[in-house]
Design a protein around this ligand. Structure first.
Ligand code: SME
Length: 161
C-alpha cells in the first residue's frame, strides 16, 4: 500500500523521512494498535542494523508487549525493570551502548548488543515506550535519540485510542 524511496546521506535526513512516512501512515487514524504496528514496520524498514523494534504499552501499571518487528519478546515488564522499565519509571530516554553493562537488562534476544528506549508521554500520562535493539555495540547515538524522540513526540497523540 505504501512504498518509500529510502536513500539517506545522514541520520537527520533518515529520521526526517521516517517522521514524514510515519505522519502519512498515521494521519487521520486514531487506533493505537494500528498506528503502533505501522510505525514499528516503518522503523524496521528505514533504520539499519536493528534486530528488534516495537512498542510496550502501559497497562495496569506494567509494560505489556505491543506491535513490533523482530523475534518474539518478553510480554510483561514491571516498572523499573530492564531498560524499558527504567525508561518508563524515569520518563527519560535510555540510550544504552552496551546492554550487558546495564543492570537488570532483559535479554529477549541474545543477539542484542545495544538499545534505545523512548518513553511515550501525552498530557503528563505515560502511554508506553518505544524500544529499538541492535546487534551492533553502540549502534545508537545522540542523532538517533533526537530523531526518535521527535518521532515519538509526533505520533504519541495518535496512540490514544
Ligand atoms: N531489553 C529490554 C526488554 C525488551 S526487548 O529488548 C524487546 C529491556 O531490558 O527492557
Amino acid at each position: 500500500m505504501f512504498s518509500f524511496d529510502i536513500t539517506h546521506s545522514s541520520k537527520p535526513a533518515l529520521y526526517a523521512d521516517l517522521l514524514a512516512a510515519a505522519d502519512a501512515v498515521t494521519s487521520g487514524e486514531h487506533d493505537a494498535i494500528a498506528n503502533m504496528a505501522n510505525v514499528a514496520a516503518l522503523i524496521w524498514e528505514f533504520v539499519p542494523d536493528l534486530n528488534w523494534a516495537g512498542f510496550y504499552r502501559m497497562v495496569d501499571e506494567e509494560l505489556v508487549l505491543g506491535p513490533f518487528q523482530g523475534k518474539a519478546a518478553c510480554i510483561r515488564i514491571p516498572l523499573g525493570r530492564g531498560v524499558c522499565g527504567a525508561a518508563a519509571q524515569s520518563r527519560a530516554t535510555q540510550l544504552v551502548t552496551d546492554v550487558h553493562a546495564f543492570p537488570g537488562h532483559i535479554a529477549c534476544d541474545a543477539a542484542s548488543a545495544s538499545e534505545i528506549v523512548i518513553p511515550l508521554i501525552h498530557a503528563g500520562q505515560l502511554l508506553g515506550v518505544l524500544d529499538l535493539d541492535s546487534p551492533k555495540p553502540a549502534r545508537f547515538d545522540a542523532e538517533d535519540q533526537a530523531g526518535l524522540e521527535a518521532l515519538c513526540a509526533h505520533i504519541t497523540p495518535r496512540l490514544l485510542g
